[in-house]
Structure formats: structure tokens, C-alpha cells
Design a protein around this ligand. Structure first.
Ligand code: AHR
Ligand code: AHR
Length: 482
């Protein structure tokens, strides 16, 4: 059985079921998601290997070979057609794309295995969001509903708001009680839980609730399992927060009680839109990763959820490598040779804070040779990837700031560490490596007008230009000059 078969048995059927990693019904063999590739903007659907099974990641890898791919649709497996697509602009923010829509997620930012079989989750960077404002069957008003999501409990931030669940159909903040969504992260602007976070909280609109009221509710623990099951459910004057390690064990209940006292939350005014990765008004500062999630009709019993949790554990989520291509070894010192025709005597270098490409060879000055040499260290923000320390400025690293590469002194913050973490992979042009930004996996080291950026393969900035993208974003990583 799949999670949605279990919810159906409990008389609280899934009304939306989103899983890029696997089918959530034992009989489901339709498409899980759609990817769009950068080379020609065509799309293909990725389905399970067999009914009820894990996604056919090889089909994605084949379709996306030698180019970039985005997740363009996350299909609803419930039959209600509640698919998720690029979120439109909202009351709080317009998205980063030129039409004001949010970014789509990279199709390769969140690789995992399920019982040994490769699959991809949805890696949400700030600016990325999905939504469906015209759903069928989703709770409105004070109707009961449940939801669970499997997240990466190590991928979060304190921005507003990495959510999955029920929100406004207008993409604007229409008031207290107009949302009921799972939030995950360490935002403390509204409520928070025990310790420093991250926490599973409920986004009920104009507040992330860790318990009865907008407060520090110590019953809601900091929780950061690599694979995290998060549950929010709500019915008339009653709601709950639950969570578990998605790879083992059973659910715990972190809140189970009445609705908040503040006006507007009892009764609720749910609207029935479904969103992923953003707040109800399209606040786009959150980050996180979704592997699978559902929204149900009716308030699921704890027994039903126990069976769902067992089903998730039995799916055997596990980590896999975030890198590919020629190895880039921690402890080595490297140079990055540009591969674009006419630029193959240029190397990634820096001049003060500015990262650029310069012509370098063994007869260059020692100063320039050092400026073009980098120590590979364990990724400051994720040990599965790497960071690049400047050879001539120990303690300073290549970091992206507003998507521009710079050399800056490490300051130990989570933000700096993540912005200085990069995942080398097979070179997009078929040789060498491309260097993916861990936190923005649609973006790669790219030289453009002899400066260096993390660029996406088309997008709002000049340096995102698709012309020559693969070559500009492919580097031969060799021994350092100095
Ligand atoms: O409730 C927290 C956030 O507040 C909502 O997601 C958003 O709509 C509002 O800005
Ligand atoms: O470079 C993109 C983002 O811009 C970084 O993550 C953030 O820190 C800001 O500098």
C-alpha cells in the first residue's frame, strides 16, 4: 500500500498527493512530475518504475544529459488534478522571474535513494515556489484536513516561509485563519519552539504557530533529522503538530489542542489553495526540500498516521552523492580553466574581492598564480560538497553575494557557509566539471564578460544568458598554479 491507500482506509482520503520520489498509491503509475530542459525548453514526464514504485530517475538523467533541467510540474496523484506549477506573484513579493513568477526548482538539487533506487526531491531556494489556486476537494472554511510532508531536516532557514499546505487562492494575505500549512525552519518572528530550531510549525496566516498561541512553546522541539516527517492537521477548534524521523521510528505529538485565542482562527477560513516553498502572500525568503507530501480531506486519526509513518520508513529514504564528474578532492589545491572557445587560456582568479577570469600560465607573476589558485576544503555549509579557499588569503573563500562570485573572509554564519558551498558535477558541455551552488542548484560557476557569477541557464540577469551557457559553466579543474 501507499500512504494514500492508508489514508483512504482511514476514511480521510488524500485530496492532493505530491511525490517526485515515488508513487503514493500502490496502483499509481501515472506521471509524478514534469521536467523542462534548458537545451531546447522541451519537457518530459517522469513516472514510477512500476505502479506504486520509485520514480524513474534514469529517465530524467537521460533527458537532461548535457543540459540543465527544472521541475516544471509536480503532478497530483489523487486524481483531483491538484498539480503544482510555478507560483504567481503575490501580495508580499513578486518572484524573481521577469514576469514576476517564482523560480522553478532544479531537477537535480536533491538526489536521494529509496531502498537503493535513485530519485530526486524538490530543492527550494529562496525565490522558488509552486502553487495551485484552483484546486478540487481541498478543505475550505473550518472543514477538517490533515497533511504530511517528508522534508530534508537539514535544509532550512529563518526566512518566511518554507510551507506546504493550504493557503489563499488570491496569493495575498487575507487574514488570520486563511491558511493551514506545514512550516519548517527556524523563523522566530512569530512563534517558536524549544532550543534554536528548526521547528515544525503551523502557518495559520499572520503567524507560525508552535502551539496554542504565538509564543515560545517548549513542547515543540528543535528537530533536524536528515529525513523528517512533518504533520499538521486541523478540525473545528482543534489542531495538532506531529513529527518523526522519516527513516526510522514513530511519530511524536508536539501540540494537540485548541485553536489560537486571537481573532480569526476559530472558526478557520481556509481557502483551499495549495502551495509549496512560499508563504500565503508569496513571501519567498524560505528554503527547504520536499520529497513527498499529501493533503487529506477529514482529520486523520493518530492510528492512520502511524501506518503512514511506517510506510514512509519502509520506503527507505537514504542519502546519495551530491557530486559527480572528475573528483575534486578535499585537501588538494586546484585551478579552474575556462573551456569556452577563445578563453581556454583564462582561469578563475580574483583581484581583491572580485572574482574574474584572467590569462594565467606558469610564467605569470607569483601574485597572479596565487590569485588563480584555490584550496579545496570540506563544504562549509554541507560536508557532501566543497568550498574553495583562496590560496593567497587563507580564511577567505569563494562565496556568492547576490549571485556574484566574490572572495570574502568566512564569518562562520550559516548564510556565509551555505553561500560558500559548491557541488562539482559532470561538466555540462561534456568535459570537466560544472560547479553547482549548493543552495541554488539551478546556478553554476559561470564567467560572463570576464567576471564570475552563479548563473542559471536563462533567467533575469544578463549573466543568465543561455547563449554559450554550457561552455561558460564548464571548467577543467587541474592542479593549482601555486
Ligand atoms: O503566517 C506567516 C506568513 O505571514 C504567511 O505565510 C504570509 O502570508 C504572511 O506574510
Ligand atoms: O547570492 C545569492 C544570495 O544573495 C545569497 O544567498 C544571499 O546571502 C545574498 O547575498
Amino acid at each position: 500500500a501507499g500512504p494514500c491507500d492508508i489514508y483512504a482506509d482511514g476514511n480521510t482520503p488524500c485530496v492532493a498527493a505530491h511525490g517526485t520520489t515515488r508513487a503514493l498509491y500502490s496502483a499509481y503509475s501515472g506521471p509524478l512530475y514534469q521536467v523542462q530542459r534548458g537545451s531546447d525548453n522541451t519537457t518530459t514526464e517522469i513516472s514510477p518504475l512500476s505502479a506504486g514504485g520509485v520514480a524513474d530517475a534514469d529517465a530524467q538523467d537521460t533527458f537532461c544529459d548535457g543540459t540543465t533541467c527544472l521541475i516544471s510540474v509536480i503532478y497530483d496523484q489523487s486524481g483531483n488534478g491538484n498539480d503544482l506549477t510555478r507560483a504567481p506573484p503575490g501580495g508580499a513579493a513578486t518572484g524573481p522571474e521577469s514576469d514576476g513568477y517564482d523560480n522553478l526548482a532544479s531537477a537535480t538539487g536533491a538526489p536521494v535513494t529509496l531502498d537503493g533506487s535513485k530519485a530526486y526531491g524538490v530543492f527550494i531556494s529562496p525565490g522558488t515556489g509552486y502553487r495551485n489556486d484552483e484546486t478540487t476537494g481541498v478543505a475550505t472554511g473550518d472543514e477538517p484536513e490533515g497533511m504530511y510532508a517528508v522534508f530534508d531536516g537539514t535544509h532550512y532557514n529563518d526566512g518566511c516561509c518554507f510551507d506546504y499546505g493550504n493557503a489563499e487562492t488570491s496569493d495575498t494575505d487575507t487574514g488570520n485563519g486563511h491558511m493551514e500549512a506545514i512550516y519548517f525552519g527556524d523563523n522566530t518572528f512569530w512563534g517558536s519552539g524549544a532550543g534554536d530550531g528548526p521547528w515544525i510549525m503551523a502557518d495559520l496566516e499572520n503567524g507560525l504557530f508552535s502551539g496554542e498561541d504565538l509564543d515560545v512553546n517548549t513542547g515543540d522541539p528543535s528537530i533536524s533529522y536528515r529525513f523528517l516527517t512533518a504533520i499538521i492537521k486541523g478540525e473545528a477548534d482543534h489542531w495538532a503538530i506531529r513529527g518523526a524521523n522519516a527513516a526510522s521510528g514513530s511519530l511524536s505529538t508536539y501540540y494537540d489542542g485548541v485553536r489560537p485565542d486571537a481573532t480569526g482562527y476559530d472558526p478557520m477560513s481556509k481557502e483551499g489553495s495549495i502551495l509549496l516553498g512560499i508563504g500565503g502572500d508569496n513571501s519567498i525568503s524560505g528554503q527547504g526540500t520536499l520529497y513527498e507530501g499529501v493533503v487529506t480531506s477529514g482529520y486523520p486519526s493518530d492510528d492512520t498516521e502511524a501506518s503512514v509513518q511506517a510506510n514512509i520508513v519502509a520506503a527507505k529514504y537514504a542519502t546519495t552523492s551530491l557530486t559527480s564528474g572528475p573528483s575534486v578532492d578535499v585537501g588538494s589545491s586546484v585551478s579552474f580553466q575556462a573551456t569556452t572557445s577563445g578563453y581556454t587560456d583564462y582561469y578563475l582568479a580574483h583581484d581583491g574581492d572580485t572574482v574574474n577570469i584572467q590569462v594565467v600560465d606558469s610564467s605569470s607573476s607569483t601574485t597572479l598564480q596565487e590569485q588563480a589558485s584555490w584550496n579545496v576544503v570540506t563544504g562549509l555549509g554541507n560536508s557532501a560538497c566543497v568550498s574553495f579557499e583562496s590560496v593567497d588569503t587563507p580564511g577567505s573563500y569563494i562565496v556568492h553575494i547576490d549571485f556574484v562570485l566574490q572572495v570574502a573572509a568566512g564569518d562562520g554564519t550559516k548564510q556565509f557557509n551555505e553561500d560558500a558551498t559548491f557541488c562539482p558535477q559532470d561538466g555540462l558541455s561534456g568535459e570537466g566539471n560544472s560547479i553547482r551552488a549548493w543552495g541554488y542548484p539551478t546556478r553554476y560557476f559561470r564567467h560572463y564578460a570576464e567576471l564570475a557569477y552563479i548563473a542559471s541557464n536563462s533567467g533575469p540577469h544578463a549573466f543568465d544568458a543561455p547563449t554559450s551557457f554550457n561552455d561558460d559553466a564548464t571548467w577543467i579543474i587541474g592542479d593549482s598554479f601555486a
